[in-house]
Each structure stands twice: as C-alpha cells, then as structure tokens.
Design a protein around this ligand. Structure first.
Ligand code: C2E
Ligand code: MG
Ligand code: MG
Length: 660
C-alpha cells in the first residue's frame, strides 16, 4: 500500500474541518487541559523506563491473533514484528504530550490506513479498550498508592483516548463517505459516471459554453441489439460486453470529455468546447469505429455496433432536459435508419417521431385495438409466371396514419413485444394460407419474417408446431425468412431450431441477402432453401455495374449451393429481364404487385392459379398500347395483375401471353 503523503492528509484534515480551532474546541469539550498533559507525560516516562510499550504490544498481539478476522489482516509472520513496532509507537504517542498538528495528522494517517485495508472501527475501538485495561493495572501498580494522582492520571488517559478515537473514527467515516459519494455518482459495473454525475457535468459544460460562446455536444449512445446478447447468453456475458464497450468509448475520447452510463446499454458522451459540427461528427465516427473490433467473452466473439443521437447546445436546446430529449430523438432516428450510425437532431423530429416510450405504449394498444394487419406480396416464379408464394408483411394503421414496419419493428424487437406480435403474424399467415389452399390455390406458400428474438426464444419450435396444428397449415406451406445476422450472431443455437423446423418440412429463406455478413461455410451448413437478394442491389442492376455484378455473383453462388434465388424489390421490366436472364428463380416487387390485404390478394391468386397449365388465353382481354404496356379490359378482380378495368396492365407475363 502506498504511504499516505502529507498533501493527502492536509486535504483530508481540511475536508473533515480539523482546523486548529476545531481541535481546541474538541479538547475543551473533553476538558483536556495542560494538567492532563502533565499527567500523561509522567506516565509516559514511566512506561518508557520499564518498556511497558513492548509488554503491551505482546499482549495486544496475542489477543488480536486469537481472532481469525483480525489474523487475516496480518500478511505473514515477518510482518508481525513490524506491525508490533508500529502499534507500540502508535499507543506511545497517546502519552507523549504533543497533541498539536503533527499528532492529528499522524492519527489521520492511521485511520486512513485502517480504512483502506477495511479494518472496521469495532476492531480498533476494541484495541483502545485493551490499552485502557492494560494501563489500569500498570498505572495502579505505579501510582495506586496516591489515590488522587491515580484518578487524575487515569482521567487524563480517558480524555486522550477519546480524542484519539474521535480522530480515527472521523477519518474512517470520511473515507467511507468518499466511497459512498463515489458509489452514488458512478456506475458500479463500468465505474463510469452515472446519471447524477452526468447531469452535474452537463450543467457545468453548459455554463462554460455559455461563457466562452462555444458549443457542447450531447451524444446518446445505444448499443444495437444488445438485448439479444443478454437474453441469449445471460447477464454475465452481457456485463462483460458492456464493460468492454465502456472502456473503448472512454479510450476514444479526450480526457476532458465525459462518458456516462445511463444504465443497460445506454451511454452519454459530453463533448465540450466544440466549435464546428464536423468535429462532432468526426468524434461520433470515432466512437462507432472503436466498437468495431470483435469482443471476446469466454468462448464467444461478439461484433457489436452502436447508434448515436446528437444534440448540440445551444442550437438544439438551451437546457439539459431539452438537449437530452432531442439527443434521444436523434438516436431513435439513427436506429430507425439502419443502426451503426449517428444522426444529428433536426428540428421537426419531434413531430415526425413519437418518443420511444410513447411508441411502445401505442404498439401495445394497437395490438389490443386490432390496428395491426398482415398484407401479402406475391412471389412469382420467373420461369412459369405462377405466383408460388406470398410474403406476409406487417402493417400498422393508427387513426388514419400508416406507420411503416421499419419504424416500429426494431423497437418491438428491443422491448420483447415482437414475441406476441410475431406469434400473431405467424398464426394469421398460417391460417390464411390454409384458407387459400381450401379455395383450391394449391402449392402456395406463405413466407413470414422472423426476428432474432423469436428464434432465440426457447419455445419457438413449440410455438410453430402448435400454430401449424391449430391452423391446419402444412409445414411445407410455410417459409420462414431470417436475416443473415440472425444466423451469424448465434449460429449453433439458430441451427438446431432451424434444423428441427426443416425436418418438419418448413422451408427457410435468407432475407435481404448481401446486406449483412454471411460465412459461406455457414450457409452450407444451414438448412436453407433460398436466398432473397436484397432490393437495394436489384434496384440498381440497370445503372450500377457493381450491383449488377453482386446480383450475378449471388445467383451463381446460390445455384452452386443448390439454393433458389428470389429477387426482391423488382420494380421494372429491365430489372425483371436482368434477373430472368441470370436464371433467378423467383421475383418479388411492385412490378408484380404491392403488398395487399388478404381480401385483395385472393382474386389475384385465384386468377394466377388459372395461369397454371390449362389457362385459357381467350379469357384474358388486354388491349395493347405498345411495348409491354396494355390496358386491362377484364372485369374487376378477374385479372390477376390489374385490379381495376382500364388500369395500365404491367403484367410480367404479357410477352408470354401474347406469344400464346
Ligand atoms: P423485407 O422482409 O425485406 O420485406 C420486403 C420489403 O420490401 C417490404 O417492406 C415491402 O413492402 C418492400 N418492397 C416490396 N417490393 C418492393 C419494391 O418493388 N420496391 C420497394 N422499394 N420496396 C418493395 P415493408 O413492408 O416496409 O417491410 C419492411 C421490413 O420490415 C421487411 O423487409 C421485414 O424485414 C420487416 N417486417 C415486415 N413485416 C414483418 C413481420 O411480420 N415480422 C418481422 N420480424 N419483420 C417484418
Ligand atoms: Mg422478408
Ligand atoms: Mg427483404
């Protein structure tokens, strides 16, 4: 243990308020006078003469070592001699006659040392008792014949012991208070400032910025999908990840910046003295980068990322509350727009976005009020032109306002609401596909999007099993769409559930393929039947050579692994032609149809079903306007692709039909 320097002692004395005046007041209250000091000096001389301090030390140590709790404080035998000498010196100072500043500091040093090693007051108040009892006998033996002198000396001893004990206790509790203060202001897991200290730091930074005329940036940092780690691998692993993330965030900033932990996976960084927005953006980027390297915990390796929302004083708010709220809104926007990114607060976000809290309550209510529905978007076999599957897509309309799934699905994934909602989606889709089969639309599959949370739920297999049984949906009519990250983040667990489902006959598709990261080796191991090329690649195939090359490569890769490929987001004929030319198996997108409610999907399916062998071209009445575009002349609902007679027909199979 490092020795306690004079400066620290002076500082502690100042913090406790041990001024010369205060010491004088204490002595006065203890009635500790010059006469007492004289008596103590007398007894001191006697003790030195007959080496009473050594006898006392012996006795004291024998007593002390009889208690295992105390023995634990003695590092080894060799230390005993040294400790005994310190002890002897300590007690001898009680009678040495000097009770001024150096005595006080000496007592403080000992109190602090006790505090540091965790020796509690009850042990050293016990030591004073031992000292007094010992002296009772020794002093009596020495001057007991003179009753008056004995009583006065002993009274002086009592006074000095109490003076001494007060000082020791003062330091002890002072240290404890410091510890408590630290605890009250810091987060126990990471040691970072907590919400309370953060608030203080922000307040100071704002004041300073006001004086200096510069800016303060508040960065709300939230780890992406952290709940999944906690839920799947338990809190100790989650804690280790948080601790490492905290360490990296701190390391990425200047010493004068503050990073605080608000709780869970939420951090706030305060950057003061900022002059330009670009600088803030650079720091935000640095923070995101610092989290990029994998984090190893036990046998796992995690890739984490964070989203950051930024509000800047004074532009985005004059007070701490407003700034925090706005940084939170910006964070929410960053999450919504794809995570692993930062967003500055923009005026108007308030109106555009509901606060997260608000949104969560509204989603809960939406479920109860039946505001959630499932729409279906067809997947067309590019070879035969048949609709072979539909993808169920969640829709939420609240008081006439449509809320896009990407605005609330990430949130309900985080809050766990995805479990009941996901179950509802699965059940609705299964029930619907069973109903379509009952209407004669044979071979149709329904695809349902899964979130990580659902797959990691221990009961997921049972949930699917029960829903299939209850709705009469056959396993082979159901396809589950999962994203690459679901597989890659937790391959072993994911594989076993998926394999069990695949054994039942349920098929698995990888959604948004190309946007995440996949190990090709994993792909081969997974019971996956198809890849859905993300629509961002499909959209650019005609204008971006890189995207075209990616799509070409994905299709080739998938085919070599014996997987089917679905082109997502097909919006025009050129994209369709490109995909078809590469042998892409299925297409999905607005070119064929937007997602529709079941009631609107049914006639399309019934008619598309008639495109199967036996379809009679004479029933199809289209008036050609030129090229591929034609006006649909069939009755409402009779044409699989145009919904209203007279609509422009963007029938993908127009060429084939004409050819027939
Ligand atoms: P996704 O699974 O990739 O679904 C396809 C998305 O692309 C849908 O967006 C669809 O409306 C849109 N889309 C289809 N064709 C086109 C096109 O030609 N052009 C363009 N620009 N977009 C097209 P949506 O419905 O907004 O859903 C977005 C995402 O939300 C889905 O992406 C899926 O990841 C998620 N999602 C939707 N419903 C559910 C659900 O029930 N559960 C879960 N876990 N996620 C869902
Ligand atoms: Mg999907
Ligand atoms: Mg997709």
């Amino acid at each position: 243990m490092s020795p306690i320097d004079r400066q620290t002692l002076d500082q502690i004395a100042a913090e406790i308020g041990l001024t010369a005046d205060e010491i004088a007041r204490r002595k006065e209250f203890l009635e500790f006078t010059e006469a007492d000091i004289e008596k103590l000096c007398d007894i001191h001389d006697h003790m030195t003469d007959v080496h009473l301090e050594d006898i006392f030390s012996e006795l004291f140590y024998t007593h002390l070592t009889a208690f295992p709790d105390l023995r634990a404080f003695i590092p080894d035998e060799a230390a005993v001699g040294r400790l005994m000498r310190i002890q002897a010196r300590y007690f001898m100072r009680l009678t040495a006659g000097d009770y001024g500043e150096s005595y006080v500091l000496d007592r403080l040093a000992v109190g602090l040392a006790h505090q540091r090693i965790g020796l509690e007051p009850r042990w050293y108040t016990g030591a004073y008792r031992k000292y007094l009892s010992f002296l009772l006998g020794s002093v009596y033996a020495h001057i007991g014949h003179d009753e008056g002198r004995f009583l006065a000396t002993y009274d002086a001893l009592l006074k000095v012991v109490f003076l001494d004990m007060e000082l020791a206790l003062d330091t002890y509790f002072h240290g404890d208070r410091q510890k408590l203060l630290h605890m009250a202001n810091h987060d126990a897991l990471t040691g970072l400032p907590n919400r309370m200290l953060l608030s203080d730091r922000i307040e100071r930074a704002l004041l300073q910025a006001h004086r200096d005329g510069n800016q303060v940036a508040l960065l709300f940092i939230d780890l992406d999908r952290f709940k999944n780690i906690n839920d799947a691998l338990g809190h100790p692993v989650g804690d280790a990840v948080i601790t490492e993330a905290a360490r990296r965030l701190v390391a990425a900033l200047r010493e004068e910046d503050t990073v605080a932990r608000l709780g869970g996976d939420e951090f706030v960084a305060v950057l003061s003295g900022m002059e330009r927005e670009e600088t803030i953006a650079i720091v935000a980027n640095k923070l995101l980068k610092s989290l990029e390297a994998p984090i190893a915990v036990a046998t796992h390796e995690f890739y984490i990322s964070a989203s950051i929302g930024i509000a800047v004083y004074p532009g985005d708010g004059a007070t701490q509350d407003v700034l925090m709220k706005n940084a939170d809104l910006a964070l929410y926007r960053a999450k919504q727009e794809g995570r692993n990114a930062f967003r500055f607060y923009q005026r108007g976000m308030n109106e555009l976005l509901m606060t997260r809290l608000n949104l969560e309550t509204r989603v809960r209510r939406a479920m109860e009020k039946g505001e959630l529905t499932l729409h279906y978007q067809p997947q067309v076999d590019l070879g035969s032109g048949q609709i072979v599957a539909v993808e169920g897509l969640l829709r939420w309309s609240s008081e006439g306002m449509f809320i896009p799934p990407l605005a609330f699905i990430p949130l309900i994934e985080e809050t766990g609401l995805i479990l009941p909602i996901g179950e509802w989606v699965l059940e609705t889709a299964c029930r619907q596909v069973a109903a379509w089969h009952a209407q004669g639309i044979l071979g149709l599959k329904v695809a349902v999007n899964l979130s990580m949370r659902q797959l990691w739920n221990k009961d997921f297999f049972d949930v699917v099993w029960r829903i299939l049984a209850q709705t009469g949906c056959r396993p082979e009519w159901l396809e589950l769409e999962i994203t690459e990250s679901i597989l890659m983040d937790n391959p072993t667990e994911a594989v076993s559930v998926l394999r069990k489902l695949a054994d039942l006959g349920v098929t698995i598709a990888i959604d948004d393929f190309g946007t995440g990261y996949s190990s090709l080796a994993y792909l081969k191991r997974f019971p996956v039947q198809s890849l859905k090329v993300d629509r961002t690649f499909v959209q650019n195939v005609s204008c971006d050579a890189d995207d075209a090359a990616i799509v070409r490569a994905v299709i080739a890769l998938a085919h070599s692994l014996d997987l089917k490929v679905v082109g997502e987001g097909v919006e025009d004929a050129a994209q369709l032609a490109f995909l078809s030319s590469l042998g892409c198996n299925l297409g999905q997108g607005y070119y064929f149809s937007t997602p529709l409610p079941a009631a609107e999907m049914t006639p399309m399916l019934l008619n598309a079903a008639s495109l199967a062998p036996g379809f009679d071209i004479r029933n199809c009445r289209v008036r050609w306007i030129g090229g591929r575009i034609a006006k649909c002349m069939v009755d409402k609902g009779a044409c699989p692709f145009a919904r209203v007679p007279g609509d422009l027909c963007e029938h993908p199979l127009v060429d084939r039909i004409t050819a027939m």
